[in-house]
Design a protein around this ligand. Structure first.
Ligand code: ADP
Ligand code: MG
Length: 267
């Protein structure tokens, strides 16, 4: 068994990190990859020396999605609910989970993270600034400094209840603003919030859903809020997650009745 495994390992092709990052170097957006920050379920994230003239950044984070066969797709049906795919051939391939379907699924995934990050960043939500993308990689602003990447909230030790309250409220405020842009994160947790210089930034957006279209959006919001409140409770700060989620949803539903051009104005 062990011998067979060893053979399998040797046969596995090297990770295509270099290939995936070539485009960003060729386009003059980054000079080089400095080091890996983290390898997660769906992607590995690298710290890069950015080209300040083209990106306005000294350092950047490059998220390289794993090859499709290595990605651990979350249960798609919940997240894709209510989405319309105009191309019939793509629709069928996705439904039947063919190879072609998996490829499309992979691209849709990157595409959604890019579009969501763009829309939320433009709206002033605390998410990284997206810089550029390919079909399997996304370049964005980096949280941290050259030595140290911003820690995930789960491994951050708040300096007492006041800081815990401040951080959880920052994340809940981000969730409120996201919802205002019709976005529910769908995988909000202390793993997907980074803390840097007192600011909580929300990351990892490919599974985000459209609150207007997805039948599970309210449930996903409730789960997102609950996970954040559980984190706060663990650090001695109580928040009523049911009430917070219900209030967020209700005020979004009411705001949705107001025409877009009037939102944000005090009537
Ligand atoms: N912009 C960033 N700046 C610093 N670190 C980041 C950034 N984006 C991601 N990371 C690090 O990489 C990890 C994985 O990224 P994430 O987008 O959550 O992908 P995954 O789907 O693999 O969880 C994060 O938990 C964080 O530690
Ligand atoms: Mg993550």
């Amino acid at each position: 068994m062990a011998a067979r495994l060893a053979v399998t390992f040797r046969k596995e092709p090297p990770l295509p990190d270099a290939q995936q990052s070539e485009y960003f170097i060729a386009e003059g957006l980054i000079h080089s990859l400095l080091r890996p920050i983290k390898s997660g379920k769906e992607a590995s994230v690298h710290l890069c020396r950015a080209n300040r003239r083209t990106t306005g950044l000294e350092l950047a984070a490059l998220k390289l999605y794993h090859p499709l066969n290595r990605r651990d797709f979350r249960d798609e049906s919940t997240y894709r609910d209510g989405e319309f795919i105009p191309d019939r051939r793509m629709q069928r391939a996705l439904e039947k989970k063919t190879r072609f379907g998996r490829e499309i699924q992979g691209m849709v995934w990157v595409d959604r993270e890019w579009e969501t990050m763009r829309s939320l960043h433009a709206a002033g939500v605390a998410v990284p600034r997206p810089v550029a993308r390919t079909g399997d990689a996304l370049l964005m602003s980096y949280l941290g400094d050259e030595e140290l990447a911003a820690p995930q909230l789960r491994s951050y030790r708040p300096d007492g209840p006041a800081e815990t309250a401040d951080l959880v409220d920052q994340v809940l405020e981000a969730a409120r603003r996201m919802l205002h842009r019709n976005v529910v994160h769908g995988d909000l947790s202390p793993y997907n919030v980074l803390i840097w210089q007192g600011v909580a930034t929300v990351i990892d957006l490919p599974q985000a859903v459209d609150a207007r279209k997805n039948r599970y959006a309210a449930d996903l919001l409730h789960r997102d809020v609950t996970r954040m409140c559980q984190w706060a409770e663990h650090h001695g700060v109580r928040r009523d997650s049911d009430r917070i989620a219900a209030d967020l949803w209700t005020s979004w539903e009411l705001a949705d009745l107001v025409p877009e051009e009037l939102r944000g104005l005090s009537l």
